[in-house]
Design a protein around this ligand. Structure first.
Ligand code: 3PG
Length: 391
């Protein structure tokens, strides 16, 4: 892989793919965690006097939908770096090219949402070429999107020299170290709701970890696929997982599943909740959090850990009555700060930790959700592989 530090980039047009896919409400960024993590890269490029052109996706718009404009992100970036950040309401073409021609060294320009062009997700080569025309070099810093086979992730590098950005390098280094030579015991925790992405990594994490603790919908689905009744049907998405689940041995001592849970009603009756054992659940209920016995069991395993990797909340933490499992486990890992190396990733998990105000008690908060999961499962991320391409 090339190293940006070995190149004189003064006056060079640096086209930087970042992942500034952040929540926006009423035209304002409401969580700037990912933007802040990207600032060392931008400051480095400013210091070296490159012309900095930023491209990112935001959400999943259906064509050009201004609710998904990245303008508020440019504004927040301006505040954070305390320096002017330009914005242009297009992503490719002559208007963008003319704007770039007017840039001085050290200037920053944010281009409009890549996904306003359907070609981005289609990995269209012409679109990659048009993007590549905007820069002299390409810097890949969007770790959170490196698991996507999209134009700006795997296409631009075919046309101009490419380099990893500082954030991408940091993510690769920290996550690789934690997996290749972790201090043991290594305890992984997987929770959350995106069952299809998560179940697929269970097998490989089980091989790498001393313990794998499961919670959230991902645990429910696995239990259900094994015939343990936690609700009365599998969704279509979960049914696809039967093959994967067949390969997972439920009685593997390293695999820890909830023994009890906090039940709510499937129709979300606000009042109703009950603590009970898994397998003893009523037809109208679903499990929305891990129960007290499971919390204690998980804590006793975590107490011995030297490395912890966590992706996905253990319950429906947005609702107070189902947030205890996630909060107790988060607080405990935070308190173990000096004895354990802790890595956490995934938007919801990070949100849960921020809600508790304990993000400083974790060693690494990854900017990747799905990308982090694929990486720790040992999958090659297309965006990282693409950087090996020489042109
Ligand atoms: C993320 O939020 O995980 C990344 O930005 C990727 O977004 P996507 O799932 O919409 O591709």
């Amino acid at each position: 892989m090339n190293n940006i530090r070995n190149k004189n980039i003064k006056g060079v047009r640096a086209l930087v793919r970042c992942d500034l896919n952040v929540p926006i409400r009423n035209g304002k960024v409401c969580d700037d965690f990912r933007i802040k993590k990207f600032i060392p890269t931008i400051n480095y490029l400013r210091e070296k006097e490159a012309k900095i052109i930023l491209i990112t996706h935001l959400g999943q718009p259906d064509g050009r939908d201004l609710n998904y404009s990245v303008r508020p992100i440019a504004k927040r970036l301006w505040e954070l770096i305390q320096g002017k950040v330009g914005f242009i309401n297009d992503t490719i073409g002559s208007k963008v090219e003319r704007e770039i021609e007017t840039m001085s060294n050290g200037d920053v320009l944010v281009l409009e949402n890549l996904r306003f062009y359907k070609e981005e997700e289609q990995n269209d080569n012409d679109f990659s070429k048009k993007l590549a025309q905007l820069g002299d070099i390409f810097i890949q810093d969007a770790f959170g999107a490196c698991h996507r086979n999209h134009s700006s992730i795997v296409g631009i590098n075919k046309h101009i020299p490419s380099f990893p950005g500082l954030l991408l390098e940091e993510e690769i280094r920290i996550l690789s170290d934690a997996l290749v030579s972790p201090e043991r015991p290594l305890v992984s925790i997987i929770g959350g709701f995106k069952v299809s992405t998560k179940i697929k990594v269970i097998k490989s994490l089980l091989e790498k970890s001393d313990y794998l603790l499961l919670g959230g919908k991902v645990a429910n689905s696995l239990l259900l696929s094994k015939g343990i009744y936690v609700k009365d049907f599998l969704t279509e998405e979960e049914e696809e997982l039967m093959d994967v689940s067949n390969e997972i041995e439920l009685f593997n001592p390293r695999l820890q599943l909830p023994a009890d849970g906090v039940m709510g009603l499937v129709n979300f009756d606000e009042e109703y909740m009950r603590v009970g054992s898994i397998g003893n659940i009523r037809r109208e209920e679903d499990v929305f959090d891990i129960g007290p016995e499971t919390i204690e069991k998980y804590k006793s395993i975590l107490r011995e850990a030297k490395t912890i990797i966590w992706n996905g909340p253990l319950g429906y933490f947005e609702k107070d009555k189902f947030s205890k499992g996630t909060e107790e486990i988060a607080k405990m890992i935070g308190q173990m700060n000096s004895e354990v190396f802790s890595i956490v990733g995934g938007g919801e998990t990070v949100e849960a930790i921020q809600k508790l105000g304990i993000e400083n008690q974790f060693d690494h908060i990854s900017t990747g959700g799905g990308a982090m999961l694929d990486f720790i499962a040992g999958k090659d991320l297309p965006g990282i592989i693409a950087l090996e391409y020489e042109n």
